[in-house]
Design a protein around this ligand. Structure first.
Ligand code: PEP
Length: 272
């Protein structure tokens, strides 16, 4: 049994108006408190990623109404620019004190917003320089291809982001020391109802750790439902790739479903 901290992140994207996001955060906190002994520190770190519009309200609500449960928040994205004359942007420095971390390089931003590895690297650098923890999303579009193809995509994404972060003043050591978490999110599995197998996720975790030369915490994300959640954190696929938690989209929009996933992870690692 591993005593590593497991992490479950809810990514709400732009699905709900802010008032509903605050209500959902409250429902999740209430349900988690009901099911778990919150007097003891939870072995699963629960992080909610509301929209930017709701980030302050959700964080304040959790701190005020559910101070003991320890649910954190992360931003879904961040500006690649520093604070200053950048209309409409949300710089990392301004997220400090509000969110516990920032999701960087989600595939929806890469695909819909044309976010390149270079931009992803710049954002990583901003987050680390601000003293925050990045959650870097990497993911292939290689559903049926071999492991070699998947490895090539993941290694390229990692290396390109690393080079760009270094150009923006944050080197590999600083990145790893920031508490960097990587989420393996295959593009074909996100929102498709066709999750990657735990073995594929484990193999990807091995590829990413080898590329990084570091024992990074790695999450899996892509169509996770409560029924399949435990298998990811329990699995040790080819190369023994460990999955430390989950990034959950659609199934995090209902409090009961999301709490079921947290409970499945918590139970599967056999700790409190
Ligand atoms: C995501 O978009 O990060 C995600 C994991 O979504 P879903 O769970 O809906 O596939």
């Amino acid at each position: 049994m591993s005593h590593r901290q497991r992490i479950v992140v809810a990514n709400w994207k732009a699905n709900l108006p802010p008032g509903e996001e605050v209500a959902l955060a409250g429902d999740i906190a209430t349900e988690l408190a009901r099911q778990h002994d919150v007097a003891a520190p939870m072995s699963v770190e629960v992080l909610l990623a509301p929209s930017h519009l709701a980030l302050v309200a959700v964080t304040s609500h959790l701190r005020r109404e559910h101070p003991t449960i320890g649910i954190g928040t992360v931003a879904q994205d961040v500006s690649a620019a520093e604070a200053g004359a950048h209309t409409g942007e949300s710089p990392a420095l301004h997220l400090l004190g509000i969110a516990d971390g920032v999701i960087v390089g989600h595939s929806e931003r890469r695909r819909e917003r044309g976010e390149t590895d270079r931009v992803v690297g710049a954002k990583l650098a901003r987050v680390v320089a601000a003293g925050m923890r990045p959650i870097l999303c990497l993911g292939d579009d290689v559903r049926d291809g071999g492991g070699a193809e998947r490895a090539a995509v993941l290694e390229l994404q990692w290396t390109a982001a690393l080079v760009s972060a270094a150009e923006h003043g944050v080197d590999r050591d600083a990145l790893v020391a920031s508490g960097l978490v990587v989420a393996y999110e295959p593009v074909w599995a996100i929102g498709s109802g066709r999750p990657a197998t735990p073995e594929t996720a484990s193999a990807a975790a091995t590829i990413i750790r080898n590329a990084a030369s570091a024992d990074l915490p790695i999450l899996y994300g892509g169509s996770v439902e409560a029924g399949g959640a435990a298998a990811y954190v329990a699995s040790r696929g080819e190369g023994g790739g460990r999955i430390d938690g989950l990034l959950v989209g659609g199934a995090s929009l209902r409090a009961s479903k999301f709490v079921e996933i947290v409970t499945a992870v918590r139970t599967s690692v056999g700790a409190g």
